[in-house]
Design a protein around this ligand. Structure first.
Ligand SMILES: [Zn+2]
Length: 472
């Protein structure tokens, strides 16, 4: 059945205007006014912004980590994402040394199918660059439409890859038209600092932050950027947490290196002092990279506003406080890293960014949706409101005031890192390919309706053409 969204204010990465949207067969077929169809359902968006559905380029659903599994799987995770106004995620498919890439991808397909309620794609982790991997990578990239490869420079003896692997991945990605993603922290230095802290009897959560200093992130970011320039390749730095790293990205960009940066809501809102909460509560705030001293937040906001950082990921990686985070009760290095953010990513950026005058509405849409669509080969099917695009649409009421809490969130975890935080604005209705997923704040979709997306190659020209977003 056709739908017509009436009376809303459409906001894209470039424009804000009043118009109606006609949807047919899951696709936007007209934008304008005065069109009417007897067989169409009218959706009233009066008082709402009409945004393209959020695109979360960074999630870890149903993922093994530190002897446990992330709490949210594809069903609870994508449902919570939809409640929060996100209609597409790109999740990280982990791989293991010596195991064919296709087996890893198959494992991830099995996690998602029959469960996902919104559309999804995969990034592929690269742990080694053997003859087998080099042979298999072009096949996987083409057949599966996986056009981004993730390399960890940290988590020694677990995920960490060496510089040779990173460099070879950069070269392979250039040839295949893929974007390399890095977790940029110096894993060797961190490993030494962690061991030393534990030897000295320092076991509390705060030592997680103190053993992963901003210099370790800045150094790795600069190294990855330099190697990218040397390989004449392209790089996307995930979860930039501090000024050190943001500056390294800006510096490389000024030299013409093709490099992009993502930050996450926790680094914009929370800070290192949360790790000092009593009764082990600091464990709720253990991310890698860690939360930083508060002064870094202004640098990150400025980098978002000026276009030196381009996207907001959730780094959704949820563990219960009771039963999972407490694995590290006597040893901070055993606390599973990560937190639940897939649901509140869009709303926090709206409230803290737009409402507080740090970024404008169009920058907000670019950061939570459009730029990720362009970087990761989803645009213009996803990431904008235009004729021919998928009808992935969020009706967002900017006036509602509410309080974030584990009591009313939809993620499967027993805490919310933003507990008690007052925010303004709320997604009310969320459409994915024209279907209601959330209707008037109620979940109305079936698990398994989400589709796997084969993504197009990285296209530098597409991202750079509209790189400059109007400033406020
Ligand atoms: Zn991550």
């Amino acid at each position: 059945m056709k739908k017509i969204i009436k009376n809303g204010t459409i906001v894209t990465a470039t424009d804000t205007y009043k118009a109606d949207i006609e949807i047919n067969d899951g696709v936007i077929t007209q934008i304008g006014s005065g069109f009417y169809s007897q067989d169409a359902e009218v959706v009233d968006a009066d008082g709402c912004y009409v945004f393209p559905g959020g695109i979360d380029p960074h999630t870890h659903l149903d993922m093994p980590f530190g002897g446990t599994m992330t709490k949210d799987d594809y069903e609870t995770g994508t449902r919570a994402a939809a409640f929060g106004g996100t209609t597409t995620i790109i999740d990280f498919c982990l791989t293991s040394k010596g195991v064919p890439l296709k087996d890893a991808v198959e494992t991830w397909h099995n996690k998602a199918k029959d469960k996902a309620v919104i559309d999804y794609g995969f990034h592929l982790q690269i742990v080694e660059m053997t003859e087998n991997v080099l042979k298999e990578l072009p096949v996987i990239s083409k057949e599966e439409g996986i056009t981004s490869f993730k390399v960890f420079m940290a988590y020694k003896n677990q995920f960490q890859a060496d510089d040779e692997t990173l460099f070879k991945t950069l070269i392979a990605a250039k040839e295949l038209g893929a974007l390399v993603m890095v977790h940029a922290e110096n894993g060797d230095v961190i490993d030494y600092l962690v061991k030393k802290a534990l030897e000295e009897g320092n076991t509390e959560p705060i030592f997680h932050a103190l053993t992963r200093p901003p210099e370790a992130e800045g150094e790795a970011t600069g190294r990855a950027a330099t190697l990218t320039g040397l390989a004449d390749s392209q790089l996307y730095v995930v979860h930039v947490s501090c000024e050190d790293a943001a500056k390294k990205i800006a510096e490389a960009r000024s030299k013409g290196i093709d490099i992009w940066g993502e930050t996450c809501p926790q680094y914009l809102v929370l800070d290192q002092s949360y790790l000092e909460k009593p009764n082990f509560e600091g464990a709720k705030y253990v991310w890698s990279p860690p939360l930083r001293e508060k002064w870094n937040q202004e640098s990150l906001w400025n980098a978002l506003k000026s276009g030196q950082l381009q996207t907001i990921g959730s780094d959704q990686c949820s563990f219960d406080f009771n039963g999972q985070k407490d694995l590290g009760k006597d040893d901070f290095s055993k606390i599973p890293n990560g937190g639940p953010l897939i649901e509140d990513r869009v709303s926090i950026l709206y409230s803290e960014g737009v409402e507080k005058g740090r970024i404008n509405l169009n920058q907000f849409v670019d950061l939570v949706s459009t730029k990720a669509a362009k970087l990761f080969g989803l645009y213009p099917k996803k990431g904008t409101i235009a004729v021919g695009a998928d009808a992935d649409i969020v009706l967002f009421n900017p006036k509602v005031e509410r309080v974030l809490s584990a009591k009313n969130h939809h993620m499967a975890v027993d805490y919310n890192p933003f507990e008690g935080m007052k925010i303004k604005g709320e997604p009310v209705t969320v459409l994915s390919r024209g279907d209601y997923v959330i209707k008037d704040k109620e979940f109305v979709a079936e698990p398994g309706r989400g589709q796997y997306i084969k993504r197009a190659n990285y296209n530098e020209a597409l991202v750079k053409k509209e790189d400059a977003v109007p400033s406020k």
